[in-house]
Design a protein around this ligand. Structure first.
Ligand SMILES: Nc1nc2c(ncn2[C@@H]2O[C@H](COP(=O)(O)OP(=O)(O)O)[C@@H](O)[C@H]2O)c(=O)[nH]1
Ligand SMILES: [Mg+2]
Length: 188
């Protein structure tokens, strides 16, 4: 069997979990698929024995991603979950997106987690709280801490992909608001 998919979604982890289920497979770290919280940990194609009978190997592969991502929203989602290497999009853009997404999905766990008084759209306010929580971090490290907390699920669970019909209705609503604003502006 071969396992393939976009980077950083847990492909190697699944292989290691399968291997642990088989008692006569040596699962020490040296023999396991390498796993990590950043994309591009698996750099080569390798086979791992997951079952002795019938003898079964799973081939782990490096993540693959479309060469061109056509929608900004898709790109930001992939950055938020760490499937596109950090730094390709600036950290503060990614963090702005994560905060906005949490608020949009009404996931407020970050408020209590960072000791905020109320939900906020202001990343600088959140970063100040992160600085208080983790001690003297530079702004850059605060951004990294925010992404890490989000990716480890500490700020709540969120599914970015939505039902396409729900998404289409939401888009239509936003477009309608823009049209109204433009019409108002034209009247003034
Ligand atoms: N929360 C959560 N994290 C996971 C799960 N599976 C893997 N991870 C973590 O996601 C990161 C990427 O995993 P990895 O197996 O290296 O992904 P790959 O790039 O697709 O091979 C690692 O930090 C894993 O510990 C899961 O089911 N839930
Ligand atoms: Mg991997």
């Amino acid at each position: 069997m071969m396992i393939g998919g976009i980077p950083n979604v847990g492909k190697s982890t699944i292989i290691n979990t399968l291997r642990k289920k088989e008692s006569d497979i040596d699962t020490n770290r040296k023999n396991s698929a390498r796993v990590g919280a950043v994309p591009c940990i698996t750099r080569s194609i390798m086979g791992f024995k997951v079952l002795a009978s019938p003898l079964t190997y799973v081939i782990d592969t490096p993540g693959i991603i479309q060469p061109k991502i056509h929608s900004n929203e898709d790109g930001m989602r992939l950055c938020a979950v760490g499937s596109i290497r950090d730094g390709i999009i600036e950290h503060d853009f990614t963090c702005e997106y994560i905060l906005c997404a949490l608020n949009r999905h009404k996931i407020r766990k970050y408020v209590q987690f960072y000791g905020l008084k109320e939900p906020t759209d202001r990343l600088d306010v959140v970063l100040n709280k992160i600085k208080e929580k983790y001690g003297r971090l530079s702004e850059h490290n605060c951004l990294i801490a925010f992404m890490k907390d989000f990716r480890e699920g500490k700020l709540g669970r969120v599914t970015f992909d939505q039902n396409p019909r729900v998404e289409a209705v939401r888009r239509e609503k936003i477009l309608e608001e823009i049209r109204l604003l433009e019409a108002e502006e034209a009247m003034n």
